[in-house]
Design a protein around this ligand. Sequence first.
Ligand code: CO
Ligand code: CO
Length: 376
Amino acid sequence: MTTTIKTEVLIKRHEKLAAAMSEAGLDGMVFNPGPSLVYLTGMHFHLSERPVVAAFTPGAEPILVLPELEARKVEGLSYELEAFTYGENPSTWMAAFDKGMQAAKLNGGRVGVEAGCLRVLELRLLEEAVPQAEFIPSEETVAKLRMYKDDDEVAAMRKAVHIAQEALSATLPLIKAGMSERELAAELTLQVLRHHSDPQLPFTPIVSTGPNSANPHAFPSNRPLAAGDLLVIDWGANYGGYFSDITRTFGVGELEEEFVKIHRITQEANAAARALAAPGVTCGEVDRAARKVIEEAGYGEYFTHRTGHGLGMEGHEAPYIRGDSEMPLEAGMTFTIEPGIYLPERGGVRVEDDVVITPERLESLTDLPRELITVG
Ligand code: CO
Ligand code: CO
């Protein structure tokens, strides 16, 4: 998979990272393979047993330590980067890390790391290479940059939403009572790929029916779809490394009255959050707008998660749409609005949209119908 990021965009990101590091009192930051490394270098590496680390220091060119067999990736790069390679024997790793981290002048410095991404493998090599450096969890330093999407990034997300929506539309006519959650998940996955998603999906589609749908993060099981079931489908696609993450809830045949009711309430909660969200409104206010609808309908205790999460190169990233967040929304932020009501042992409903904050308002990237649709 390749993402082409324009050179001027990468250089601008390096400048912004340098400013963010200075503001955070960091002398440098190191990254291993993951979305931030792609975001900053435009290069893709597998997270494997061979350690790969990029080091960024304000005002200096980036350093990359990588296996010799991947050295061609840095040939002809359109921006300055100094690479240090090692061979197939792990005994050669340390020398490359020593040289690379000396070149990055990280010894004695405060060095930011992404605690959720960097592994003990890389950390041990870094600590040995620059024993006087202090490694500090600093994921927010780069998350703050990635949170504001530029037009190209929003365009990629729009594409990822389009692919996912088309894939669902192609799957719906195939749904029949009696087919299992896994069969349906397999059909949907096939359609997502057939509609030209990049192969690395943001997550395995959630297809949950009946009592399983009361678990927001269920894995598809062999349970067959049966009349009277709520059916939650939560899926996404990948376009150029940017994700979509959508949920719609269906009724298999006719539903009992309360299921229809909680679907309507969830849809209203989703609409209330989308109506409120705009530049200057806080993430907490958006969460509370959705929650208020569900609480006032008497189902507050069954809305067990936050209203949404940032979306982009990762399935979950900043900003988080949580009741206690005072972060104001700003143009370029992309996130989900996904209230739900989950009745234990019975069934659940979630309606999830992907949205972007424009300079004036919220725009929903998803435009599939949100109403309860009967399938099977
Ligand atoms: Co989702
Ligand atoms: Co989501």
